[in-house]
Structures are given as structure tokens and as C-alpha cells.
Write a protein that binds this ligand. Sequence first.
Ligand SMILES: Cc1cc2nc3c(=O)[nH]c(=O)nc-3n(C[C@H](O)[C@H](O)[C@H](O)COP(=O)(O)OP(=O)(O)OC[C@H]3O[C@@H](n4cnc5c(N)ncnc54)[C@H](O)[C@@H]3O)c2cc1C
Ligand SMILES: *[C@@H]1O[C@H](CO)[C@@H](O)[C@H](O)[C@H]1NC(C)=O
Ligand SMILES: *[C@@H]1O[C@H](CO)[C@@H](O)[C@H](O)[C@H]1NC(C)=O
Ligand SMILES: *[C@@H]1O[C@H](CO)[C@@H](O)[C@H](O)[C@H]1NC(C)=O
Ligand SMILES: *[C@@H]1O[C@H](CO)[C@@H](O)[C@H](O)[C@H]1NC(C)=O
Length: 512
Amino acid sequence: MVRMEPRGLTSQEETENDDGDFRLRRRHPLTFSMPPLFLLLLLSSIHASAADDICIVGSGISGSSTAFFLTNYTAPISAQLRVFERRDRVGGRLATVSVAGDTFEAGGSVIHPRNLHVRRFADLLGLAARDDGEGDDDWLGIWDGARFVFSTLPPPPPGSSWLRRRLHALLNSLLLLRRYGLSLFRMDSFAQEMLKKFLLYYNDFESRPVFDNVEDMLKWSGLYGLTQRTLEEELIDAGLNSQTISELVTVITRINYGQSVSISGLAGAVSLAGSESGLWAIKGGNWQLAAGLLKTANATLHLQEGIDSISDAGDYYVLKSNKGHEYNCTVTVVATPLDEVNITFTPPVSIPPRKMQHTHATFVRGLLNPKFFGLSSVSDIPELIGTMELPDIPFSSISVLKKRNQHDMTYKVFSRAKLDDSLLAQIFSTREETIRIDWPAYPHYHAPEDFAPIILDGKHLYYVNSFESAASAMETGAVAAENVARLIISRLPLGLRASPLLSSEKRCRWSS
Ligand SMILES: Cc1cc2nc3c(=O)[nH]c(=O)nc-3n(C[C@H](O)[C@H](O)[C@H](O)COP(=O)(O)OP(=O)(O)OC[C@H]3O[C@@H](n4cnc5c(N)ncnc54)[C@H](O)[C@@H]3O)c2cc1C
Ligand SMILES: *[C@@H]1O[C@H](CO)[C@@H](O)[C@H](O)[C@H]1NC(C)=O
Ligand SMILES: *[C@@H]1O[C@H](CO)[C@@H](O)[C@H](O)[C@H]1NC(C)=O
Ligand SMILES: *[C@@H]1O[C@H](CO)[C@@H](O)[C@H](O)[C@H]1NC(C)=O
Ligand SMILES: *[C@@H]1O[C@H](CO)[C@@H](O)[C@H](O)[C@H]1NC(C)=O
């Protein structure tokens, strides 16, 4: 056996000493969701072709999960796994920001309890949940630009009795029920219905096909229909009243996707699930998921090396990087949205136009100005301010991230446009530190949604983020990546003899 050094998060410079003959290598077939044994045997008997690299562009959760599943689902194959990342760190839209010595999530922040891949990644990588409950803001106020049209109760003081906390939760439920009535339950069952279907993506291989396009993948689970109508249309049909849609639901879609209830129904249902209880995050930052997965997969990481072009050279692709290097790759996986990056494909690939919704995340250490909200004291301002879809409201949400004391807090503000200093001076009475991040955050959702192909060229150029047009989240990235990994394994161009065994790993051709 070839000796291998752990390769995790080393840069290209650090790995160039190695002999370059790195193999994906594993001793035991594994239990993540066991690939059929024949596949393992088949793959291990395949001879390497001249260019046998598998190259992944992007080190976010999609790229790192693809690397992880490729190694987790295969026996030793003769291929080098390369991951290219144009920035100087891994994680992409999972990143932390540091304000006055505290670390907060700047991008993707909360994980739903039923996000099973992410849950298992965290367990496998030994990553703990953070204990300060980000995403736990239960003092919600809904702002219409002039006043809070609805608020829940301020939280009971820390250290309150169990009874006091139960009572508080009960009163909040009653307040919500009084304003929104049965629509609350209808909203919840709409999200639950989606989650139930989404859980099918964790079925074992025998009962879950490999998909070569997003439409089939969504039709198989019964979720496709939700992408063809707006959330608003879906919720009206589900019997929600208009007040619930324009207040509570709108607040949730604006927080999660920076958009209104005219987003597609599936993205909407994912937002609604993202407002349930039990949400959690990784202690020290969710980006560690990506770092850990890349390490576990022994991927060779090329940090600060952006891919400028991907050219079909017959049996392989030539990837050219902004460092002037060239790589021959048998398989190439694009694991970043292509909408705002500048990769030249030869021959060109055709994908439907998609716009990314920008979310400006502004972190402020200071104190909100109660007068801006028509209140007399800061302590009257809800800890999570959600907003309605009205033209004059300059932000989507404001949440308290940390309370140092009554005069020193850290807030996160989401907005669609940059918040300039004069606006911040109105919203905040004091401001000691301000950090602004402009994210190309997630697709701008609409209905009916159309999808880019997963296989961009009919050959071995794959696109994980075509699934992001269904819904953008850490878990959807992992689910899309898992399917792409299986698809690659099922189609590996390794001079396979026609094997009767391979036919049981059929790709799904959904006929509707
Ligand atoms: C403000 C915000 C809040 C969010 N909240 C949540 C949340 O609470 N829960 C949740 O689950 N999700 C949330 N999301 C969504 C979630 O963060 C994303 O869906 C997910 O992180 C996307 O991962 P990805 O790997 O697909 O893409 P990315 O993370 O964008 O990774 C793509 C990577 O590719 C790199 N790259 C691009 N072009 C090139 C190139 N040419 N060469 C080399 N590298 C390249 C990029 O630098 C990047 O690192 C949020 C997102 C934002 C922005
Ligand atoms: C990664 O490399 C380490 C160290 O050589 C090895 O023990 C491990 O099995 C490898 N893992 C995979 C997935 O190839
Ligand atoms: C594959 O995944 C399973 C389940 O998460 C894990 O137990 C196993 O260690 C993984 N193997 C490798 C080599 O990553
Ligand atoms: C890629 O393959 C071509 C043709 O086999 C070869 O000439 C070239 O040197 C290879 N490039 C790299 C970087 O391996
Ligand atoms: C994209 O790349 C082309 C060719 O390299 C260049 O002319 C163009 O300015 C780039 N556009 C952006 C937005 O970077």
C-alpha cells in the first residue's frame, strides 16, 4: 500500500512535494448508506486512464460534500481529488465574522434538526453545537415601517423557573393564535409536508434512484410542483389568511431569502421550516463542516486558485487557473453558482438565466435607537425585528446577536441594499463598530422555476448548484452533492466493460 500523509487543508504549495500519485484509498466499505458491493469491486478493479483527476471547483458545503461522498461511496479508485478555491479559505457562504472578540455566523447560520446529512457530518467530524442558541430569538416584533403591528412577549429574565418559562411560551402561543388563528397550523403542516417528502432523499440506494437532472429529482420526491407556483399561491390554496401571509410568512421569507412571498413554493416551504424550533449551529462556525469534509476526503486543496476556464479536450477537461496552471481532469464538478462567476467554457454550456439575490449583512456593535421605532427605551425593542414587504422599509430584519449590557450590544441587520452611514445613524443611537458584507446570497426565486442541467455537457462536466434553484441551504447543497457523487460513480469513464451488474445502479428517467 502506498503511504499517504493526511492531506486535508494544505495549499498547493505545500502539496507539491508529494509524488502526485495520490490515490483515494479506503480499507473498508462503509456504512454511510452502503454502496452495493459490486460497485466497490468494480471500481477497485478499474485501471487509471492518463488523466484521472476528479476536479471540483468551489470549497463550500456543496464542493466539500461532493468530495466527501465520492470517497465515502467508493473503494480505492485511482484518481486524485482536487478542490479549487479562489479565496484564501474554505467554506464559501459559510463564514464567520468577528465583532469585539466574539464570533458570529456571517452567512449560512442555522441548521434544521432534520437536516440529516449536516447532522451526520457534524457527528463524524466531532463538531459540537454552539451553546448560546443563535436563532433562538423568541421575542419577535413585526415592523411595518411605522409601528410594530405584532410582538411576542419579552423573554423572562435569565434564570427564571421552568414554570415561568413554560408560561411565557404558552402566552406567546396564545398571542400568535389570537392574531393568526388556524393559519398557524396550516402554515406548519405546509412545511411539515415538504419536510416529509424531502426525507425521501435519505432513503437507501435500493429505494432511491440516481438523478441526472433536477426536474426528475424533484418529481421523484413529489416536490417539483412546489417549484412551479409561488409561495403565496400555495399558501392561499392551503387556506392561510392574507394577514398571516403578509405578516408572519413575509417576515420569514425576508429573513431567510431576503425576498417576498412571490418566491417559489419550495424555497418558501424551506424558509418556513427554517423558522421552526430546535435550530442549531456549529460551535466555532459552520465553515468547519467544509474544512472537515475536505480533510476526511483527503482532497488536495488549491486555495487562492480560481478556475478561469474549463475546456473539453476529448477524454478529459483542461482547467486553467488564475495562477497560470493547467490541470487535466477526467471529471469536473462545478460547485458554485455560475451566475456571478466568470468561468469560460469551451465549448460553451447553456444554462437558463438566473439572478442571485444579494443580501447585505451589516454587523453593528452599538445600540439601536428606540426613537426610530417610536419607542422610549431600548429595552422595549424586540430582539428579532422582522419586516413586512413595504417599499419604505430599508432593511429585512435586525436581530440581537449578543447583549453585553444594556448599552452595549451586537446586532445583525439584513438588507437588500447597502445601508449607508446616514441611514445607520438614524437606526442606531451609538455605533462603535460596523462590518458590512455583501453576499451574492441565494438565487432570486420566482415561479415557475427552471433548472440548469446537472450534467452540463452530456459528458463529465457536472453542476451541483443547479439544485439551488429549488432551495438554497447547507442541507440542499449536501443532498445535491450526494446525488452528483453517485451519478459520477455510476458514469465513471473508466473503460468499463459492459457489466450486467452496473445496470442496477440505473439513472432515473422520470416520465410524467
Ligand atoms: C446571509 C446568508 C444567510 C444564510 N442562511 C442560511 C441558514 O441559516 N441555513 C442554511 O442552511 N443556509 C443558509 N444560507 C445558504 C447557504 O449558506 C448556502 O446555500 C450554502 O452555503 C451554499 O454552499 P455552496 O457550496 O453551494 O456554495 P458556496 O458556499 O458559495 O461555495 C462556492 C465556492 O466556490 C468558490 N468559487 C467560485 N468561483 C470559483 C472559481 N472560478 N474557482 C475557484 N473557486 C471558485 C467560492 O469562492 C466559494 O467558496 C444563507 C446564505 C447567506 C448568504
Ligand atoms: C486519508 O489519508 C489517511 C492518511 O494516509 C488514511 O488513513 C485514510 O484512510 C485516508 N482516507 C480516505 C478517505 O482515503
Ligand atoms: C463514511 O461515512 C460514514 C458515516 O458518516 C462514516 O462512519 C465513515 O467513517 C465514512 N468513511 C470515510 C472514509 O469517510
Ligand atoms: C494534459 O494532457 C496532455 C495530453 O496528454 C499533455 O500533453 C499535457 O502535458 C497534460 N497536462 C498536464 C498538466 O498534465
Ligand atoms: C470575465 O472574463 C472576461 C474574459 O477573461 C473579461 O473580459 C471580463 O471582464 C470578465 N468579467 C468579469 C465580470 O469579471
